[in-house]
Write a protein that binds this ligand. Structure first.
Ligand SMILES: NC(=O)c1ccc[n+]([C@@H]2O[C@H](COP(=O)([O-])OP(=O)(O)OC[C@H]3O[C@@H](n4cnc5c(N)ncnc54)[C@H](O)[C@@H]3O)[C@@H](O)[C@H]2O)c1
Length: 271
């Protein structure tokens, strides 16, 4: 998600500082962005000059202190509350007082991240969808402490990136994942019960509901580990059985069958 968000901002004229923990992951993220932009040039959706201008706006770093002059930070690390809390604590110390600290979390409580900082009025959720450079929606999640000016600034940023923002309470799953994940989870249940094959369930939901992709192709795109983390966070918040991850999903994550990113999930991407 990090590379897609960075690409979106750079393509829309924003200077981007892309920070990763190590130089190798920073370089890999930049390479992903370059590949994506090259694909768009090949398809005639962008000119070579537009690609080069976007890439020239991006600098990569491993130092959090290089974020000291930015107006907006979008955190998009692994969906783990403790990791994100520690990072927000560090971000509070390494950025200017006016900097807005936003999180791309799918389900975690934004308020817990806000309270790690001395500026809870400047912390909110900015939830992009996958792939961020293509999907139109951005959910702006509002913890109890956020100021109206922060929400307005984040909405304006999303609009400047060509996105459509919606505002939502800081509640697990926001709008889209609260509605989407019971469906995805139940698709895994249907498959686990032997009701139909992965391919036939995907075909059914595309052909019968007009969805652009079936539930298993979508789970593989999101990543099964991220999907499991989302379901666990939803279950933790609501204790609704619809959010209780189907055992097969947990077993596949344990087997490191994570979807596209590992080469195998419900579908096989290794050939
Ligand atoms: N996958 C999706 O479809 C999707 C969609 C919307 C939002 N999100 C959210 O975006 C965030 C990232 O998800 P993803 O799917 O890109 O995950 P991912 O597992 O593909 O990538 C997470 C990255 O975070 C890095 N990381 C872990 N700990 C870190 C730390 N302390 N500091 C810096 N980097 C660290 C990892 O090395 C990895 O590169 C999550 O909060 C997720 O919920 C994901």
């Amino acid at each position: 998600m990090g590379s897609g968000i960075a690409e979106t901002a750079a393509v829309n004229g924003f200077d981007v500082v892309l920070r990763s923990r190590s130089q190798s992951t920073a370089d890999a993220t930049l390479a992903t962005m370059e590949k994506s932009l090259n694909r768009q040039v090949e398809k005639g959706k962008k000119t070579e000059a537009e690609r080069d201008e976007a890439l020239a706006r991006v600098t990569v770093t491993t130092a959090l202190t290089d974020l000291k002059d930015v107006d907006l930070v979008i955190e998009s690390v692994v969906e783990d509350l403790e990791v994100k809390k520690e990072l927000f604590n560090e971000l509070d110390r390494s950025t200017a007082e006016h900097t807005i600290l936003a999180t791309n979390t799918s389900t975690l409580p934004v308020i817990e991240l806000a309270m790690q900082t001395g500026r809870p009025d400047k912390v909110c959720g900015v939830h992009f969808f996958n792939p961020a450079q293509v999907m139109e929606l951005v959910e702006v999640a509002k913890p109890l402490t956020v100021a109206d000016e922060t929400v307005a600034a984040v909405r304006a940023f999303a609009e400047a990136c060509g996105k459509t923002p919606v505002e939502v309470k800081d509640q697990a799953g926001f709008i889209v994942n609260a509605l989407l994940f019971p469906y995805l989870n139940n698709a895994v249940r249907l498959y686990e019960q032997g009701v139909a094959s992965v391919a036939d369930i995907d075909t059914a939901m595309k052909g019968g509901c007009g969805f652009p992709m079936g539930p298993f192709a979508l789970l593989d795109l999101v990543g099964l580990d991220t999907s499991l983390a989302i379901l666990d966070a939803l279950y933790q918040e609501f204790r609704d059985p619809n959010y209780a991850a189907v055992p097969l999903l947990r077993r596949m994550v344990a087997a490191e069958q994570l979807g596209r990113k590992s080469g195998q999930g419900f579908l096989d991407y290794r050939t």
